[in-house]
Design a protein around this ligand. Sequence first.
Ligand SMILES: Nc1nc2c(ncn2[C@@H]2O[C@H](COP(=O)(O)OP(=O)(O)OP(=O)(O)O)[C@@H](O)[C@H]2O)c(=O)[nH]1
Ligand SMILES: [Mg+2]
Length: 205
Amino acid sequence: MVIHDASFLTSNSRADLCPAPIVPEYAFIGRSNVGKSSLINMLTGRKGLAKTSSSPGKTQLINHFSINDKWYLVDLPGYGYARVSKTSRAEWAKMINYYLRNRTNLMCVCVLLDSRHPPQAADLEFMEKLGEEGIPFVMIFTKTDKQSTSQTKALVTDYLKKMSEIWDELPRYFQTSAETGLGRDEVLAFISEINKQWAPETDNA
Ligand SMILES: Nc1nc2c(ncn2[C@@H]2O[C@H](COP(=O)(O)OP(=O)(O)OP(=O)(O)O)[C@@H](O)[C@H]2O)c(=O)[nH]1
Ligand SMILES: [Mg+2]
């Protein structure tokens, strides 16, 4: 897929105020600092489109980006950041749960996982919940440039093993690097494919 247009639309703290659900939408979620915003910039080829930071907790709101005027990418605030109060955590959960359950154009949730860290309970629990609620998701392993291919492969195998303890069918997964661009074509091809399910009679790529 060629991205000829990528622009910031809105930031919202409430899912009911998000842009009208008139095009297919893909949400990026995962722990703080996992690389959600960086991946959005890598996929769109626009470096400063989503704000990134080396300190966790940068993205606080539901951020919509319009891609090619045909679909939305959504940057969500991360979870699992230790220095967040109980109240903020509860507010995060409320905002995200409402968003996930009510966003009618949400085609797929992309759960980002740091390829350097062994399977984390918070991530496994989050994916389990998505599965239980019937919300389609894929796993995206990030920051693969920070280690060897065999280390990433071992981590992915670990994750798949953990997931197979819960699920008969395993989610699709992608290996990415915002630094090298690894996985860009694969993720965009996936989105292009799913976009066809939204409006099969038109070309959404
Ligand atoms: N080497 C490398 N660094 C990365 C990659 N992706 C993200 N980073 C770095 O990781 C840090 C966090 O990246 P962000 O994209 O801001 O992470 P985020 O998940 O959006 O974080 P929050 O908004 O705080 O939840 C930044 O310092 C990025 O430069 C990657 O693929 N490779
Ligand atoms: Mg972010």
